[in-house]
Design a protein around this ligand. Sequence first.
Ligand code: C2O
Ligand code: CU
Length: 441
Amino acid sequence: MKQESKTVEYNLTASEFNWEIKPGKTISAWGFNNQVPGPILRARKGDTLVINLVNNLPEPTMIHWHGIRLPAAMDGTGEVQRPVMPGESFEYRFTVPDAGTFWYHSHQNETIQMERGMYGGIIIEEESDLLVDDEKLLLLDDMKLTGDNEFKQLGPVGRWIERHDGREGSTNLVNGKEEAILYMHAGQTERWRIINAASARYFTLSLDGKPFKVIATDGNLLEYARIETEWLITPGERFDIVAGPFNEGDQFSIRSLPYNRVTMLTAKNQPYARVQVLERKESVAHLPEKLSDIIALAPQDAPVTRKIKLSVDPSLKHIIDFTVNHEMHGMDKPVMVGELQVWEVSNTSLMDHPFHLHGFFFQVLEDNGKAPAYKAWKDTYNLKPKTTIKIAWMPDNRPGIWMYHCHIIEHHAAGMMANFEVIDPADPSPSGKGSFAGCHS
Ligand code: C2O
Ligand code: CU
């Protein structure tokens, strides 16, 4: 049965408030509607989301809707809108063309605003034959706090190290709570939509060795589920998994196994939450063999149309700079609507970087010369040190200024990003600053 598309409205008020991350441990968070994470935004595929952002913070902000294929003017970056000043409001309005797991987060002074809690999940539903008994949305994060539960401020050396490594803290959060306990029923199967909202933390998911099925990457269903016992989720990435069935009385952790992303930080095995399995309940779950069809955008040997280098370069001012094609916060060449893009993205540095493209999904054609083991749509993909990937994506008719960047927020801030324009050949007038859409009040 086809349902009518509708308009779904949310109010998001950004402010500072006290947030209890566990009994007796309260932080002064920044977030939306007095909660960390912000409220889950829900709609159905094809609906129009209207989000009225009110900024009650002491500084400007704006919101990026990570993974949603929306018009450029709604993308929430400094190239397409003026920051929303304290006391101002801004209406975001866009149609959601894809079902899946997405998220929103501040895209202004992110190293502070995201660290303090300015993010939330978005679930876009659709009719499908995937049937589960229940669903959980898990937003993973870590915070670096002092003994007094203040956000840790660093001296010049510490700041330099954090710029290099990204900010990792030892307060591990699932949905804004430390040492959270999650419940599910024995015999049941649940869909867990997992989002890594941390600034820099790489999360290798483990359910204490219990197998789970990975069914979606960055919001998009895979063709076939993959049975795994561990799974890397880098900052900005989303994976949907199917967990269960488990036995009554089972208890296990949701933990992150160590991942060495080649920084000065030591990788650790860290628990994030506990799962307790309650009494048995009937299951109606059904996971079809084939989850979706993914049509290849281009063959593995498709000719490269653009080369992008992610580098850590020597710098007089900062000792090192984080760059794209040896430029910080640069402007890349435009692309034309309807022209297939085949980009070779290389990481020339000695540490990992998760590469994120705003507004469009890509397919990885190869990773260091090898075709990936399975087809998938992605908007964020981790590049290990000294790695080159080839990706394909299609600029559909959404002209304007877009961007790509490393999703380690400190690297993004330090310059590892570039903007580029998508041009509609039928209307090649330059867009960008001066043509801000939407309305401030
Ligand atoms: Cu979630 Cu510009 O990123
Ligand atoms: Cu990076």
